[in-house]
Design a protein around this ligand. Sequence first.
Ligand SMILES: Nc1ncnc2c1ncn2[C@@H]1O[C@H](COP(=O)(O)OP(=O)(O)OP(=O)(O)O)[C@@H](O)[C@H]1O
Length: 632
Amino acid sequence: MAISTWSARLLLTPASSRATLWPPRPPAANPLSSSFPRKRLHLARPPRAYISAPAPGPEAAYAAPTLDAAAAAADVAAAISSSDAITWAGVWALLSRHRARIAVCLAALVACTACTLSMPLFSGRFFETLIGRGNEPLWRLLSKIAALYTLEPIFTIIFVINMTIIWEQVMARLRSQIFRRILIQKMLFFDRHKVGELTGLLTSDLGSLKSIVSDNISRDRGLRALSEIIGTLCILFTLSTELAPVLGLLMVSVSVLVAIFKRSTVPTFKSYGILQARISDCASETFSAIRTVRSFGGEKRQISLFDNLASAYQISGTKLGVLKSANESLTRVVVYVSLMALYILGGRKVNAGKLSVGTMVSFIGYTFTLTFAVQGAVNTLSDLRATLASVERINSVLSAKDIDDSLAYGLAKELDGKELDDSNGVYENGSVKKHFMSELKSSSSCSNLAWSGDIHLKEVHFSYPLRSDVEILNGLDLTIECGKVTALVGPSGAGKSTVVQLLARYYEPTQGSITVAGEDIRVFDKREWSRVVSLVNQDPVLFSVSVGENIAYGLPDDVVSKDEIIKAAKAANAHEFIISLPQGYDTLVGERGSLLSGGQRQRIAIARALLKNAPILILDEKKSKLRKGMYV
Ligand SMILES: Nc1ncnc2c1ncn2[C@@H]1O[C@H](COP(=O)(O)OP(=O)(O)OP(=O)(O)O)[C@@H](O)[C@H]1O
């Protein structure tokens, strides 16, 4: 049989209820036998990197994308040791890398706020000068105002650019950390959560954390609003201790009422958001299943589904528009009420000679400043509430309990390129869990054992974590001999793919054990184990890169030459159709390989598995295609 000639074992799982055993193919018929050595496949790795952009030509080699391995290792190690995905201490640690920039931001914030707050004072002085009560020439006053008008935008730009740079860097790191944390979750986690939910954590939830700064660095929002409120109140009290408290109290109380009104509109905003997401789900489901829709005449059904959602979205949008305009008007009401109060109280004082016209004009200016700053601060607070809810959602979905310790440990070790210190359980700045590290100690090499020994499933019991009451495997004993083909045959739903998933260590047996050459496979970390297992799933998934890159996927850390890829493709009977594609090995395969046929996808997946050259090769077949001579 083909694969056995190079000492791998093959586990076949045709779902056909007919018992079909594929007789091992004689070595002569093996297409690999001529192109690959008989024992292990030692592929020479040329020191050339293949650029993933289309680069035709047989000399091209395929390489993995670049990675900041130290940062990735630190993130994975941190994920193992911290219970929450996002902690404020972690965010602060990321921020504190930009101390100098933060200092520049704060200085620019103080400077631009000072400019903004000086403007009403200068307006007052300008009017005093116009009515002949000023004590400096008009040209000097105007040049000071011009200087203010020039400096304020400069300081604002310095503040906004630096804040943006800092926060974008912090967010980029956080996004990578979250992605890594998702990637090291147990398979159960992926059974439990929908793909949309997980991508939502990276897009909308992290987006909300991003916008708390990026949407709040403009004038009258966030830190700027806060500094303007404090500054304005101080100036108002300096200008008039009698008017300031009345005006301040009035504005703050009306603004709080507006904030309460805004809060009552949150459910409408939420339902609008939910409907928006549903519309997008409906559209993406329809388009991704377009062939099924066509073949079952489902257009009418999908149109009516979409129309129902669209009309609900329209009603919700109209409601939202009404509420938004009410919000807008209320903001104006706050300004007008404050101005009226000022005109009545301040006007009396001006008439009585207790307040100058200039101060009155300044007060009017500060009324606007304070109103918009308070409104801005209220908006920032509601953004902050949404951000906290997003962070809580990320932390609750990505709790530490579902982290696959064995995978995370192996990945951190591999990325860092050194053994993690198991003696004291400390890795980098954080501690890693000792309990699994001590288990992951094997004196033998995983690869050597897998190449030389049999695999035994001993008294294996298994239930899927999400259906723990249904036992799929009930004390299974199975020996998969080294160097031979083992075919597992049975009716649909019997548990063949489940055995495959246990061998691939997507899940662990609930009872019993799996051993290779007598060693329990749990002693190997999952990264180590993944290198000895090559698996072609029932529905192999391709990445939306070129054919060549898909075949090279199993060897991400190496540079692999195009010759090796071609050899593997020939062995999988894929070379002929690949070279007939428009750009041969550089043809892009589309989303999930949608530009190829199911059979072509499968052949590429087989080539990918063969190129990996792992001692354990598993083919999980939907239906037995072996008679059709898949590898011949
Ligand atoms: N992730 C899962 N969570 C819960 N139950 C599952 C999961 N995957 C499979 N099952 C259940 O486990 C049982 C065995 O499924 P399995 O995929 O191993 O069958 P199979 O023998 O490979 O079937 P087929 O020949 O149709 O591929 C089925 O009853 C199935 O519904």
